[in-house]
Design a protein around this ligand. Sequence first.
Ligand SMILES: [Fe+2]
Length: 157
Amino acid sequence: MEAAALLHDVDKLPAVRPSVADMAHGAGSAEWLARSGYPELGEAIVGHPVTRLADGRWFDRWFAGASSEALIVAYADKRAGQKLESMAERFASWEHRYPPEVRAEKARGSWTPETLAAVRRRAEALEARVCDFLGIEPSDVRRLEWSGRALRLARDA
Ligand SMILES: [Fe+2]
């Protein structure tokens, strides 16, 4: 799960993107990892993009069969910006960075207010399911102890 979480956005790297340019974000990471010898990580990665929450049929199918690792990676993606945030903060930051006109362009016009409301409902369902099976509250979520040091090392590299 940690490997999937660390590598979930690998398809955004300039060195990787061209080789999976025809694939949706997340699916590109899974494909590149499979080609690199790590096909087992893909299932935990493909459901993480927020755009997956906008596709009700895709989300419902994924949500019904996703592994706990996939659910946690997708939930972590909704809690982690530059720092650990609540989902409300994460969505507010995301909406600030991608105002409706930009979202509409990125999502090819599918981000109506109704879609945005559905995205939030699905994100809340994801949070409830993950926190329920872990027996925690959303406010209990913390970064792993090693992550602060690892982030500092990566920043200084
Ligand atoms: Fe991502």
